[in-house]
Design a protein around this ligand. Structure first.
Ligand code: SF4
Ligand code: SF4
Length: 130
């Protein structure tokens, strides 16, 4: 074994690992602008369906709105299946009215199906047509 290789081995023995013991270690930081959970803001979404058509992973399904919205004549909104989504953010970029709310939240592992439905429905004003 050459001396430089031996030095590298010794350095790596004492060096702290670059990785974290996730999920035991939870103090995580992500790079600004990281692509995490995203959902449509229904106060902006017009139901045009462009995001669902353009999604390369077929992760978006259009569902019926629970209430009429003047700016959404077709009465549909996109629901992202996070289990299928590859977080390319094509839907975010293609939306003509910038309706997607993007976050850096990446911890979405769940035993139940995880989708954007409830996050989007949470953007509706209770009781009325917006
Ligand atoms: S981020 Fe990409 S894969 Fe995920 S829903 Fe949007 S377009 Fe589809
Ligand atoms: S592209 Fe934008 S406006 Fe059109 S359905 Fe998707 S979120 Fe709504």
């Amino acid at each position: 074994m050459s001396l430089s290789l031996l030095g590298e081995v010794l350095r790596n023995i004492v060096r702290r690992p670059s990785t974290l013991k996730y999920p035991r270690v939870r103090e995580l930081t992500v790079a600004p602008g990281s692509r995490g959970r995203h959902y449509a803001d229904l106060a902006k979404c017009t139901g045009c369906t462009l995001c669902a058509i353009d999604c390369p992973a077929n992760a978006i399904v259009m569902e019926k709105l629970p209430q009429p919205l003047k700016h959404n004549p077709r009465g549909v909104f996109p629901v992202v299946d996070y289990g299928k989504c590859v977080f390319c953010y094509q839907c975010v970029f293609v939306c003509p009215v910038k309706a997607y709310v993007s976050t850096e939240v990446f911890e979405m592992a769940d035993y139940s199906t995880s989708s954007s439905r409830d996050f989007s429905l949470g953007t509706l004003e209770p009781g009325g047509s917006q």
